[in-house]
Design a protein around this ligand. Structure first.
Ligand SMILES: [Zn+2]
Length: 325
């Protein structure tokens, strides 16, 4: 049993961050996950105990077909090589036992995600193959169109394609959580009606607070809440509406006003965005927790948002059943 706590003074000690692009950035630049010049590395992440981090393999909208699948596999191989190089610092977890073990031994509990269903190259069999490689979260689209559906910046307003529907069912079957961040609204509602299983928006803010195509409507947030899913607050200045902590607070406060106490988490999008001046990479969560505490959010609530909501969700959903893949 993990007790959530903040040390006196409001310092954040536990973090579960549902989205970063660090893996992809390090792969492209040849940098290491352990120590780099990006927003996140294993050295700086150790300030949080426990620290659970979803690492996304980002598939750009310029890659399609076999090239996309191969690129995704190379990113996942890079992740595993880094895990082998730094076994004391990082463990990619595929089930609840792995998550708890990483937390207990003070290692970063990494969860592998794919950002962009283009990685499937239109082939359903690739979903099980990616599950075997450890992928546990998949963002169905990025901003444009792919074989599964249409992103929030596409001019196509239709929902999921037939392949997209098939893919979501297969993800649920093999234990990959569908992630609707970036997806257009019609696609969102298709995911919602396809299955009763929970799904997440790993890094999405509120449209009621900042009217941006990437942000979620209140109806979408409520559906995710009703389904036992999660919504990760991101730190992307354009989605926030202003480059300051007050804007982050406004989005969180709005989600909480929609009874989101058990639904809101963080998906910072670090290394996927340019952070405002003074926001010091992964250390920003510590400063943010202090700010939110001063704004009147209780320690118990903050421990839910920064850690416990996502930890409980992934404890319940992370699974690897070899009979299913
Ligand atoms: Zn993203």
């Amino acid at each position: 049993m993990i007790v959530c706590q903040f040390v006196p003074g409001g310092e954040l000690v536990q973090l579960f961050d549902m989205h970063c692009d660090t893996l992809s950035v390090c792969y492209r630049s040849g940098a290491s996950l352990c120590s780099n010049e990006q927003h996140i590395d294993l050295r700086r992440g150790r300030r949080y105990t426990p620290w659970c981090q979803v690492f996304a393999a980002f598939i750009p909208d310029t890659l399609r077909g076999r090239a996309a699948y191969r690129y995704c596999c190379r990113l996942l191989s890079f992740a595993r090589e880094e895990e082998k190089r730094f076994p004391q610092q990082l463990s990619f977890v595929i089930d609840r036992a792995g998550l708890e073990s990483a937390v207990r031994t003070g290692r970063c509990a990494g969860i592998l995600a794919v950002e962009g269903g283009a990685a499937l190259a239109g082939k359903c069999k690739h979903i099980a193959a990616l599950a075997v490689r450890g992928v546990r979260v998949m963002t169905l689209t990025w901003n444009g169109d792919n074989e599964l559906g249409h992103g929030c910046l596409s001019s196509n307003r239709e929902g999921l394609t037939e392949f997209g529907r098939q893919a979501v069912r297969e993800m649920h079957r093999v234990g990959i959580v569908p992630d609707v961040s970036h997806l257009n609204e019609a696609g969102f509602w298709d995911v919602a009606t396809l299955s009763d299983a929970p799904f997440i928006a790993s890094h999405s803010l509120s449209k009621a607070v900042c009217d941006h195509p990437r942000n979620l409507t209140d109806a979408q947030f409520k559906e995710l809440r009703r389904r036992g899913g999660l919504v990760g607050v991101n730190l992307y200045p354009e989605h926030l509406g202003a480059p300051d902590f007050e804007a982050v607070y406004r989005h969180i406060a709005h989600y909480l006003s929609l009874d989101g106490e058990f639904t809101v988490a963080f998906g910072g999008d670090l290394d996927g965005t340019q952070l405002p001046d003074g926001w010091d990479g992964i250390a920003v969560f510590e400063d943010l927790a202090e700010y939110l505490l001063k704004k009147g959010l209780s320690e118990a609530l903050l421990s839910r948002i920064f850690f416990k909501n996502a930890f409980d969700f992934f404890s319940a959903t992370l699974q690897f059943d070899e009979n299913r893949v």
